[in-house]
Design a protein around this ligand. Structure first.
Ligand code: C2E
Ligand code: MG
Ligand code: MG
Ligand code: MG
Length: 291
């Protein structure tokens, strides 16, 4: 199999003489076991509505509690999972666990939606919408409490199947979100005709709005585009109170980022943590930027 992104045949020899592709085979074999042994864990990062700062949803972000190497971020193993096709069962595991975890926070009185990142590989599986429907029914989750985040750059697979699957998932009432908007080959073409619930503005642009007029112009126009499509505009990577306040003024609907909360196991999400009326105060911002 030749990787679509042209990375399959790159072989880099590390000091111990093991090639990069051999390391990938090791990661793939270990990852298969990790799924069987339940070594994956989900951390959740809150999204808040603007300007009130109330939590609206938690985004599931997968980590691997590796027996020797500790807690690994997705960047360390998702490329191997994508490459091997293991991303399909991995995402199914994430979806199942995220909907189950959501039962935990609904029992605790929170109606927050849950966002799950999906790979284009999942969208190439014709049965994916049936699985989503089954898991929603099995957990009694209203479809509008689930959001599937799709990265634009990933929307490059088997186009016909991907579009059919997206349409069927949207027809269930599940929210579709375009992740990292503006980061790659910007294209909404696969989602044309689908209701797009959310556009997430890539954190590159968001980080720079405080200092860079061009980033401000880009973010403003993405917010406008989102609204013209009837979508929410969500800013990702909000790290400072200055950016947070600017987003409120720019009419952005939701925000997510280290300022608001880092990814943590869901019981550690503090619902009151950012429910500040209006914009966040200077005092709060100073401590949050340092912390
Ligand atoms: P993403 O979906 O765009 O998630 C946002 C990433 O940015 C997360 O990294 C998050 O921890 C990080 N982040 C959030 N706020 C800030 C901030 O204020 N500043 C900075 N510098 N970073 C921030 P993470 O958890 O390492 O995930 C990286 C990517 O891995 C995700 O990007 C997503 O594309 C992918 N991913 C994570 N979990 C899953 C999963 O279950 N399935 C799939 N298919 N992909 C996943
Ligand atoms: Mg995401
Ligand atoms: Mg993102
Ligand atoms: Mg991102």
């Amino acid at each position: 199999y030749q990787g679509k992104r042209g990375t399959a045949d790159i072989v880099v020899y590390s000091g111990d003489g093991i090639s990069h592709s051999q390391q990938w085979l090791v990661v793939q074999a270990e990852l298969r076991h990790a799924l069987e042994r339940d070594e994956l864990v989900l951390h959740y990062q809150p999204k808040v509505g603007l300007p009130d700062g109330e939590v609206t949803a938690l985004e599931a972000l997968v980590r691997w509690q590796h027996p020797e190497r500790g807690l690994l971020p997705p960047g360390d193993f998702l490329p191997a999972a994508e490459h091997s096709g293991l991303i399909v069962p991995l995402t199914e595991w994430v979806l199942r666990r995220a909907l189950t975890d959501r039962l935990g926070w609904t029992a605790a009185g929170q109606s927050w939606a849950v966002s799950v990142n999906v790979s284009v590989r999942n969208l190439e599986v014709a049965g994916f919408p049936d699985l989503v429907a089954e898991l929603l029914a099995g957990t009694g989750t209203p479809a509008d409490r689930l959001v599937l985040e799709v990265t634009e750059t990933a929307l490059a697979g088997d186009v016909d199947t991907v579009e059919r699957v997206l349409a069927r998932v949207a027809a269930l009432g599940v929210g579709l979100s375009v992740d990292d908007f503006g980061a790659g080959f910007t294209s909404l073409s696969h989602l044309r005709g689908q209701p797009v619930a959310e556009i997430k503005i890539d954190r590159k642009f968001v980080a720079d709005v405080a200092h860079d007029p061009q980033s401000r112009a880009i973010v403003r126009s993405v917010i406008e585009l989102a609204h013209a499509l009837g979508s929410r505009a969500t800013a990702e990577g909000v790290e400072t109170a200055e950016v947070y306040r600017w987003l409120i003024e720019a009419g952005c609907d939701e925000a997510q980022g280290y300022l608001i909360g880092r990814p943590v196991p869901w019981p550690q999400v503090d619902p009151a943590m950012f429910a500040v009326p209006g914009a966040v105060s200077e005092e709060v911002s100073a401590t949050m930027i340092e912390g």
